[in-house]
Each structure stands twice: as C-alpha cells, then as structure tokens.
Design a protein around this ligand. Sequence first.
Ligand code: XIL
Length: 586
Amino acid sequence: MGRLMTTIAMVLMGAVSGAAQTDRHVLGPEPAASLEFLARDQATAEATLLDLADVGPAWRVRVAGEPASTWSVMLRRSSTLAVRAGDVLHLRLQARRLGDADAWIEAVFERAGEPYEKSLVRQLLLTPSWQTFDLPFAARHDLAAGEAQFTLRLGFPDQQVEIAAVSLLNLGPDVDLKSLPATPVTYAGRAPDAPWRARAWQRIDEHRKQGLRVRVVDAAGRPLPGAEVRLRLTRHAFRLGTAVTTGMILGEGPDAEAYRAFLLRRFNEVVFENDLKWPQLHDAGYDRTDKAVQWLRDHGFTVRGHVLLWPSQRYVPRHVAALESDPSALAAEIDRHLRRTAGFFNRRLVEWDVVNEPFANHWLMDVLGPQAMPGWFAVARQADPAARLFINDYDILASGNRLDTAHQRHFHDAIRGLLDAGAPLGGIGMQGHFGGTPTDPERLWIILDRFAAFGLPIKVTELDIEVGDDALHADYLRDFIIACLAHPQVSGILQWGFWEGRHWKPHAALLRRDFTPRPAGQAFIDLLDGPLATDVRLVSDADGVAAARGFKGAYEITVRAGGGEVRLTADVGDEPFAIDVGIPTP
Ligand code: XIL
C-alpha cells in the first residue's frame, strides 16, 4: 500500500501502544486493493482500480440509472481479524465525486450474513475535491475473523465516485472513542450565519404573521392615548403536533400527568401513534380512544386520524390478511372498516391518513387493482365529509438530500393518479423519519416546492430525528421546523412522540424518561419561547392605536388605562387584525 496508508496507520497507532500494527488491520494490510466489486439487481455500474498520483490505489465507480437499493452496487471485503463487542474501530478513507451530480457512499460494518447486525452505517456526501473521512465506531457484536464484512454501498443514482486509502483498524476496548478524530455528520446550512436563514425568517414573517392593531377608546368613543396594550399569542394557527397514545391521555399517575402537562403546554395537535390502526381497533375496540379524542378536543387540540389503510398484509387484522384469494370479500371488509371507522369519528378528526406508505406497502392495491385507492378516498369522504383526506409516505423529505428518488417519484405519481381519478384528496402527508444524513434546509424547499405544485396543503406527519449526536439532533430539529414554517404550503408538523418513555425510537425523544429535556427538547422549547412566540407590550399612541406584527393564531389581549382593565381573546387569521377596545375610565 502507498505512503499515505502507512502514514494514516502510524498516526492512529500513535494513540495506542503495544501490538504490532498489522495485528490491527481488520481488512488485512492492503484493503483498498483487495476490495471486491459487486453490482446486482440489474444495476448498471462499472468499477476500475487505478493508481492515482495523489492518493495511490483508488477505485473509480460509475453508476448509471437508479439501482434498486444502495447495496445493489458495492465494494466489499470480509474481516481478516476478529472483533469483539466493545472494541473501538477506526475507519478512514478518502473519496471524491466526479462530475456535477451529487454522489454518496454508505459505509457499513456488519455481520456478513443474516441478520446483518450493524455496528456502523454512515452516509457520506462527497465533494469534488478529495476528502478524508474519519469514522470511529464501537463494535456491537463478537465476530470472528471472516464473520464480519465491510461494505461501501454505492447504489445511488447516476454517480461517479473515487475511493482511496481505505483503512479499518481495531484499536481494542481500551481506547476512548471520543478521543479519535471523527468527521461529523452535518448538513449544509447548519451554520448560524448560513444564507438560507434570512430568507426563511423573511418568508415566515410574510406567511405566518399578521398585522395586529388595537385602537383604545374611552367610554365616549374618543381615542385613548397612553393605554397599556398586551398582545399575547396563546396558540399558533400553524399546527405543532405530536403522536400520543390513548394510554397516556387517559392514564393516571405522575408520568401520565407530566406527559399531559408538556402536551398541553407545547402542542396544539395530536395524532394517535397506534390506537386508530385497523388491527388495534379490531382488537381493542373504539371506546377508550373515543374517550381520549373527547379529552383532547375538550382541551383545544385538533386530532388527526392515522391511519385508515396501511395496505400491507402485515398491517391489517389477521382475518382480513387471509382474504388474498377472495378479492370481493376483501373489498367488502375494507368498505365496512372505512365506513365504520371514519363514520364513528365523523367530524371530530380534522384529517385522516386514508392510505399510508403505498410505495412499500401495496398488497391491497395488488389484490384489488389500481382503481381501489381512489375508491377508498370516496368512501372515507362519504363517511366523514369534514375530515381532510391525506395520502402519507416516508422518505420524501428524509431522502438524505437525494432529489427525484424512486420513492419521491412514486409518491408524486400516486398523488397525480388520485387527483386524475377525481378522488377527494385533501392533503399530502410526509412522514419525516430522519436517520443518517439530514436533508439540507434548501433541499427541503426544493422537495416541498415540487409537491406544492399540486396546490394541496402539505403536512409533516411523523417527524423524528435519530442521529446519535445530541447537538446535531437539536440543530436539525430547530432548522427543520424553521424551514417548514418558511414554506407557505406546509400546514403543520407533527413529531412522532416526545417522551422517551413512549417512543418507538427513544433516542429521538425530546424529553428523557424523567421528563427533563434532552438538547433537542430544549432547542424546541427555546424556539417556541423565542422566535416563535408573540408577546408584545405596547402603549397606545395619540390616536389610541397600538400596532404590531405577530404570528397567526389565538390571542389574549389585555388593555389597561386609568386603573381600568379589559381582557379579551381573539383569533388572528389570514386578514390583518384590527379591533376597537373600549375601556371604562373613571
Ligand atoms: C409505528 C409505531 O410508532 C410503533 O409503535 C408500531 O409498533 C409500528 O408503527 N410509519 C408510520 C407509523 O406510518 O404508523 C409507524 O408507527 C412508523 C412508521
């Protein structure tokens, strides 16, 4: 291997003393040259091993078209050294992209066979110039020599990459992972002075705020200067929501109380994480969730319905899943379920996800044919004429900066198909489960613009961010919300849970088990209490007028003059808000 490899190995060895250097090479001493190239699932890709002046032996890989998965094209090598759970490993490689298009590498260290347990999965966005990536990680499993594999997945659309100087060292269990150099996961636009921010806040001001004008008059209707006027936003018009469980809404005890206290303070919309899914309704019935809906509505929340049909065999009750060979019985079951469920909650839910994840889950469509989906929307509309009907899918925004992916295209086609068929589609749901590389704010806008062209509201329905880095989690949560608020067609953001004690990905929760905020939770609170709050105290001018700009939503208005006080509430919507407040003065 070239000079660079040796240098890297020596630098890393500097941190550890003892065993001979070669003992630590998990992939053998010359991994770059001994990687094996694989292209499958009909992927079109070619690879050449070159010797480049600046980096030594390097792979050049070209991918044409869109491979079925990221692992349809890869460079691979089995381990030649055992690793034990807890060992600290250090992967280093150099890479660059050729050409103008985005290019990615997904680096993986995993068991070389079922169940492919992974210790490392990292997406790397390449630049046109050579970049060194340092990726230290801890092994999660004991894997004998040959039992693990290292893969560089390259199955991203139309890309050309070069990879060199790959080394993977096992530094053993006694090295502090944090002491090693590490290329941070990050996203473009994260810097406090990134140019997108000014544009975002300008658009937020334009689309989310409204002029507020209070004219204070005395008992005789004459303008009253010098009155104290306070305008306090108590609830955003923009929907800020979260998934909840019926159990926590109706539950007793300190956890349930703390859960509801945070919910009441910080959110204005909810969705049930599982309680309205077909199998759950089939098993548990409607009564408890009905009570939870009642409680939520009594406390001023809007409630989304999730989900009428998640069209996979796995996500329907067992007796329904058994009807594959009897399409008419299957269609009848669906019809009954739609009418019963949408009918039961008629006018009490603001929205329904009628169909969930049609890209990956399409068993019902396969069995019943393409006209089935528009038909489900029509039936849901009959059963609940008020709810806005959504189609919902994942990896639309959370596409790791990739644009026009197969998943995005499929979603676009599905929406087009529904509209062309005259289905009463009322909204576009984008889930927003982020892992790996967060999508840059300006890329979010490109994706949102593409779907906004349908003229329907877009809602982020299931936001969670699991990135294994508290600071990144906090920054991205804040920036994601800002970016969405800045897009006029986004009508709300629902997080997929907020408390570690009830979260499908506990590390993505805002609040720890003891309800203290994690950094992302604090970032959320700071955003709400800071730039997203409106609470202004003014003094009326010579014309009795106090004017400001504030977020659309529900307000509490307090006017004080000459010892008298008037307090009222008002809704500020799409029209500039102006009101005369008469105040009785002695
Ligand atoms: C998940 C729930 O969070 C889990 O508790 C449950 O075990 C499985 O479903 N996309 C969706 C949601 O539309 O319904 C899923 O919710 C998460 C992915």
